[in-house]
Design a protein. Sequence first.
Length: 133
Amino acid sequence: CDCPPGFTGTYCQTPQNVYAKSVTIFTIPATDWDSFSSPDLKVYLSRSASSSWDYSTPELSDHSSTPVTLTFYSPVLMTDEDWDIKIVDVDSPDPDDNIYTSYGFSPYPIPTDMSLGFINNSSGQLVFQINLQ
């Protein structure tokens, strides 16, 4: 098949270059994140093979209403390999509190709705998604 620019595959359904643009958080667990305030949200993303968190969003201070979308500083090219993501409550000077973490997920095959959803294993609820472009 002669695919249009940017697509490949038997039926031209697979985007060649897919980028993570942002993360939408649908629910934040109810807990005492910070004294007298809501969590300071930040998202980190990296290839599983990396020894550090290579990509992040700006911090969103004192935020608890959902859904909320945090946008990466620049779009992240999602290659066909394992990736890790974590959403944290930034605490300084104390260590950050993990809200959600997922290790070893693959963005391929790319979903037709251009989003990667993450489900809470115990509740079955969609808790966040990576928005692709």
